[in-house]
Design a protein around this ligand. Structure first.
Ligand SMILES: CC(C)(COP(=O)(O)OP(=O)(O)OC[C@H]1O[C@@H](n2cnc3c(N)ncnc32)[C@H](O)[C@@H]1OP(=O)(O)O)[C@@H](O)C(=O)NCCC(=O)NCCS
Length: 215
């Protein structure tokens, strides 16, 4: 009897601790979500003037992204990804992708050229993923004329900084296994690794990189 009740107490205490930890981790996500523009203090990351590009980068909550920019982002994603989605078995539906892009928690990095024309974007969210507070990269899409000039790398560095500044554990992303260029970009160039939550038997992989400040 005595042992049983001691065990019960232990379980209760453990549950309490677990709840407190979850609450703390949710708080980190909630605090990050309160920030209107996390790019504002990172002045040197608001421009990309390299390799012949002269671009400006801005950060927006979903509700402040104009409808025509959102439609451009949908069409760019479609032209870059539709055949890969079809080939992998996911299939492509404009409506589903638009719904994902219009989620209340969606945030955007939007890159424009000197003519104010959008040329690249990232859709990301501050979220709790399998119990861990993360910056989740839902989409990174570049127009073909700005690819292979280091811009994708630069934009992903911004997400790493958002994670570090907000004490979130890592940056995560989902990539299709058949998307060779993206696999090379994330695994070789960015040094992401397959996440512990990534499934073995799916057409996609979850990859992540810990948000650690270099010492
Ligand atoms: C994948 C993508 C985001 C990379 O951004 P980027 O600005 O072109 O990449 P960077 O210039 O920063 O880095 C280039 C690296 O990406 C990879 N890469 C990009 N394009 C590639 C290509 N055509 N062939 C092979 N590797 C490629 C390589 O690892 C390359 O490394 P290297 O410079 O050492 O050769 C961009 O090419 C893109 O938008 N592609 C189409 C959409 C897409 O697949 N998005 C990813 C969905 S998960």
């Amino acid at each position: 009897m005595g042992r049983k009740s001691a065990k019960g107490k232990e379980r209760k205490l453990r549950r309490k601790e677990e709840n407190e930890i979850t609450e703390h981790l949710w708080k980190l996500v909630a605090e990050a979500n309160k920030i209107d523009d996390p790019l504002a203090p990172l002045v040197s990351f608001q421009k990309y003037n390299k390799n012949g590009l002269n671009l400006t980068i801005s950060c927006h909550k979903r509700e402040s992204v104009e409808e025509d920019i959102l439609l451009w982002a949908l069409n760019l994603t479609k032209s870059n990804m539709e055949s890969l989605y079809e080939e992998s078995g996911w299939g492509w539906k404009d409506r589903d992708k638009l719904q994902e892009m219009k989620d209340d928690n969606a945030r955007y990095l939007i890159v424009k050229n000197e003519d104010e024309k959008p040329v690249a974007f990232i859709h990301f969210r501050f979220d709790l993923d399998y119990g861990q507070p993360v910056v989740y990269c839902y989409e990174i899409q570049l127009e073909s004329e700005v690819r292979n000039k280091g811009l994708g790398f630069f934009l992903m560095q911004i997400l790493q900084l958002f994670a570090i500044k907000n004490s979130l554990f890592k940056v995560s992303a989902t990539i299709l296994r058949i998307n060779d260029k993206s696999m090379d970009f994330f695994m070789r160039k960015l040094k992401f690794t397959e996440d512990e939550t990534s499934p073995d038997d799916e057409c996609y992989m979850i990859v992540s990189k810990l948000a650690r400040v270099k010492t």
